[in-house]
Design a protein around this ligand. Structure first.
Ligand code: NAD
Length: 386
């Protein structure tokens, strides 16, 4: 919406949310989430033709077009719990639009909703008894069936390469060589073939589970199971990573300080939703490790996610401070700055033997090994001095 306002100065854009804290944060001009370039775009339009408000009735009444992008999380109760989309906020919004509209409007659907429910918005809105007409459009980028299937395919590629990384680790093969060979096949292509600690973000798991639910609903049990494995492999990948850390550190991490570099689900964002770092950190805490978590943008989210463990986790913005006295260093997000760290200095700060577990394969493993680290890349043989 900020881009829309910045690019279309003649349109007035009002962003409305029931979350007062979020709205207050956006009104300051300092975005509460991080995306490269977002701050500049926001500040160019804020107060000119971009406004933030919690006054839903007024915003609905004044608008000619309304974008609906409320959350549709995975349902955690009743029928379809753990799989289906929870449509309560989406339906509440449709009813609010109907109640507060005095004139006809265009409603543009951006929330991800399951197949066939998209048309429910139109039915709810046009059931009003005041003769107000609503034209409901689905934003192509978010077309329910297309998006869910496309995200499921992308997630499937990540789980496919991650499943190969498990085999590569077991056989001292190199997952990157496999990915290169596979990706060179023009029928397959090279994208989304990077082995990692797993996929995250607000959409992938939710969309795959949605697909699983839909298949079950239509009695396609085997198809549902096929897609469910994509999520299960992703879970396995995080568990495997923690198991490798514990096993390689002499089968115990009790009271050992572990530096965790990266908490966001991917680089260049502060978003931690479904980030692999959450489960990895919780599992390490379960093993009674002490953590020093660092991230250029996601520390507020990390603090919230690990709040229950405040006495075993330090949150530090400086990666060198995180490494101070650590037995191991984990790379969980592919931030560019982690590639550029002074690893000689880091080695000097760490306890020996010093371990690096590169969950994103972004570091120069041979060089680190030559410096004296015991290096555990993902889906590749370890480079170990012990
Ligand atoms: N984030 C993405 O990149 C992305 C991509 C594709 C699709 N989507 C879809 O877009 C939708 C929103 O995603 P998100 O990541 O922005 O979710 P989000 O949870 O970050 O934001 C949703 C917001 O809606 C607000 N809200 C809920 N009910 C409301 C109501 N009745 N009136 C006003 N505000 C209300 C919540 O307070 C929340 O701030 C989801 O359906 C998601 O699947 C998101």
């Amino acid at each position: 919406m900020a881009v829309l306002a910045a690019r279309c100065p003649d349109c007035q854009v009002t962003v409305v949310d029931i979350d007062e804290k979020k709205i207050e944060a956006w009104q300051t001009g300092e975005p509460p989430i991080y995306e490269p370039g977002l701050k500049e775009v926001l500040q160019a339009a804020l107060g000119r033709n971009l406004f933030f408000s919690t006054d839903m009735p007024r915003a609905i009444d004044e608008a000619e077009a309304i974008f609906v992008s409320v959350n549709t999380p995975t349902k955690d109760f009743g029928e379809g719990a753990g799989m289906a989309a929870d449509l309560q906020y989406w339906e509440q919004t449709a009813r609010q639009i109907m109640e507060h509209s005095k004139t006809s409007k265009i409603v543009i659907e951006k929330s991800t909703v399951p197949v066939r429910t998209a048309s429910a918005m139109e039915r709810i809105l046009n059931s009003n008894e005041r003769g107000i007409h609503f034209e409901v459009l689905s934003n192509p980028e978010f077309m329910a069936e297309g998006t869910v299937a496309a995200n499921a395919f992308l997630a499937q590629r990540v789980s496919s390469i991650n499943s190969i990384s498990a085999l590569a680790e077991a056989t001292d093969a190199n997952v990157e060589e496999v990915a290169r060979a596979v990706g060179m096949d023009g029928r397959i292509g090279g994208q989304f073939l990077k082995a990692s600690v797993g996929f995250g973000g607000s959409c992938f798991r939710k969309d795959v589970l949605n697909l699983v639910y839909l298949c079950r609903f239509y009695g396609l049990e085997e198809v549902a199971e096929y897609w469910h494995q994509v999520v299960l492999i992703n879970q396995l990948q995080k568990r495997r990573f923690v198991q490798r850390v514990v096993r390689c550190m002499f089968n115990t991490v009790v009271d050992k300080r572990i530096a965790v570099l990266g908490f966001a689900f991917k680089a260049n964002t502060g978003d931690i939703r479904d980030s692999p770092a959450i489960e990895i950190c919780l599992d390490l805490l379960e093993e009674k490790a002490r953590l020093a978590v660092s991230d250029p943008q996601a520390l507020p989210g990390a603090r919230e996610a690990l709040a229950a463990h405040w006495n075993s986790v330090a949150f530090v913005s400086d990666p060198y401070v995180a490494a101070q006295g650590a037995h191991a260093l984990l790379i969980l997000t592919e931030w560019q700055e982690y590639r550029e760290l002074d690893f000689e200095r880091i080695l000097g700060l760490m306890k020996k033997p010093a371990f690096i577990f590169d969950g994103r394969n972004i570091l120069d493993h041979q060089r680190l090994f030559a410096l004296g680290f015991n290096v555990f890349p993902l889906g590749k043989a370890a480079l170990s001095h012990i």
